[in-house]
Design a protein. Sequence first.
Length: 118
Amino acid sequence: METVRHLRLSDLPPEAVNKDMTRRFLWGDRMMVALLEFKQGAVVPTHQHENEQVTYCLSGLMRFQLPEGELLVRPGEMLLIPGGVPHGAEMVEATVEMDFFSPPRRDWIDGTDSYLRR
């Protein structure tokens, strides 16, 4: 990236990934940030990727499935998921969260994230 980009989160175009999930995201050369909104009961199927991920819950309640077992993530809590670790989640309540990835998720950028589009 060669220039600074300054914008309002609400100006990023929302993408309806599936009937229960909407996201907005921005990326640079080595980092991606995404705002995700989920309806209650939404499921992110178990998957893994090379990218490090930080998830920050803004509102709602998320139940993650991890190799160590289930973990609830509440508003104000964060989860660091190293690259290569299988994980999935169910939204116990309607949830708004932010994900940060390094490097950026190529499958999100090019729309090949079929595990989310079902």
